[in-house]
Design a binder for this molecule. Structure first.
Ligand code: ATP
Ligand code: MG
Length: 382
């Protein structure tokens, strides 16, 4: 196991026995990688990301299963797309968001179904695994998959055969599997929510993406990159990023990672009048240094007899969720956006915390349903 340290964050990039057999990169290639800041559409100068890029290069040439781990907005989907693009696989990349589709629909979307196999199955359907034959299937938010589907997926990974719902025949598939999650799958295994055997099947080659706050100068490199891109799109001169703003950017914790930075820069590029970004242009939470400062009420030091960590964190989460839902009048889609969470993650937390006032079906249900529509997530691309 190789360990890299960035600031106070320890990031481990484990290499399993199978990935150790990957062809080594020539030293000269690794050196040149360290100098490059752009890789398959991703910008980074950070050694941890450079390491992830070199794993991508190596693993792309194999058929090994890859598990991409990282907080929301760290670039997991970009990495999956890069692996497919750099591979020799001629088929499609088929993304599936396992967290956004109800279990019954997900089963038939993944494996297909026979005509008449359930109410509403008026015609046979080809599953996503079959559509990805010769290519790659990207199982996003794998940590949300139900136990029943975890068993079925394990069989597919072991046998490379799928069995459509309501069918007795099996179909051979030649598919490279890439999975991603922002959950700590080891914790999910410990808690009994994720199968251990499936976890090991998936993490043949794990790729850990460090959070933006642990990437050092990347915050500014990316901020400038997004600023140039946005200003170009807006046909306006590129805004400079003032020194004081740069300091605030470096001090902030970026819980939504690169996505949060990208969206903020887009907003600022549209709204800012001057030739450069100054402190007055920044939202309040950034001026306070850290979004969490606005809501945490913890003193400077731990009380002498310690704290109930889980209860405190739970209370903090509940408060953030309640504040966001109150702000959006109970609209979960909008609240999830405010919290930079997936809507499904938010809904799950609301249920787990029994926040009954937000659990009933509201007028937003149609937009919620629209958001969760398989069509949004299952469009075969590339
Ligand atoms: N290194 C990078 N360089 C440039 N843009 C990036 C980089 N990493 C991420 N992005 C951009 O940030 C956004 C989020 O990336 P992506 O969707 O791949 O993250 P994710 O980890 O899959 O997020 P989530 O867990 O929420 O699905 C995208 O718009 C992507 O283009
Ligand atoms: Mg994603």
């Amino acid at each position: 196991m190789q360990t890299f340290v960035a600031g106070s964050t320890q990031v481990s990039s484990e290499v399993t026995s199978e990935s150790r057999q990957l062809p080594p990169l020539p030293a000269s290639r690794i050196t040149s990688n360290l100098r490059q800041t752009s890789f398959a559409g991703m910008i980074s100068e950070c050694p941890h990301m450079q390491r992830a890029f070199s794993i991508v290069e190596r693993v792309a040439r194999t058929d090994s299963t890859v598990l991409i781990l990282g907080e929301s907005g760290t670039g997991k989907e970009l990495i999956a797309r890069a692996i497919h693009r750099l591979s020799c696989r001629t088929g499609k990349l088929v993304p599936v968001n396992c967290g956004a589709i109800p279990e019954e629909i997900l089963e038939s979307e993944l494996f297909g179904h026979e005509k008449g196999s359930f109410t509403g199955a008026i015609a046979s359907k080809v599953g996503r695994f079959q559509l990805a034959d010769g290519g790659t299937i990207f199982l996003d938010e794998i940590g949300e998959m139900s136990p029943k589907l975890q068993v079925k997926l394990l069989r597919v990974l072991q046998e490379r055969k799928v069995e459509p719902v309501g069918s007795t025949k099996t179909i051979d598939v030649n598919v490279r599997v890439i999975a991603a999650t922002n959950k700590d799958l080891r914790e999910e295994v410990k808690a009994g929510r994720f199968r251990e055997d499936l976890y090991y099947r998936l993490q043949v080659v794990p790729i850990d993406l460090v959070p933006l706050r642990a990437r050092g100068n990347d915050i500014l490199v990316l901020a400038k990159h997004f600023m140039s891109r946005c200003c170009e799109n807006l046909a306006r001169p590129v805004l400079e990023i003032g020194a004081a703003v740069q300091e605030k950017f470096k001090a902030y914790s970026w819980p939504g990672n690169v996505r949060e930075l990208e969206n903020l820069i887009e907003r600022l590029a549209i709204l800012c009048d001057g030739p450069s970004l100054e402190l007055r242009d920044l939202p309040d939470y950034l001026l306070q240094g850290n979004a969490s400062c606005a809501v945490v009420e913890i003193g400077e030091e731990l009380p002498a007899d310690g704290v109930d960590f889980n209860a405190l964190v739970d209370r903090f989460e509940t408060r953030l969720i309640t504040m966001a839902l109150n702000r959006t009048s109970g609209n979960k889609k909008a609240a999830a956006r405010l919290l930079q969470l997936n809507r499904t993650t938010l809904v799950e937390k609301i249920k787990k915390k029994s926040l009954t006032q937000f659990m009933e079906v509201s007028s937003e249900s149609s937009s919620d349903a629209a958001e969760a529509s398989p069509r949004d997530y299952l469009t075969a691309k590339e």
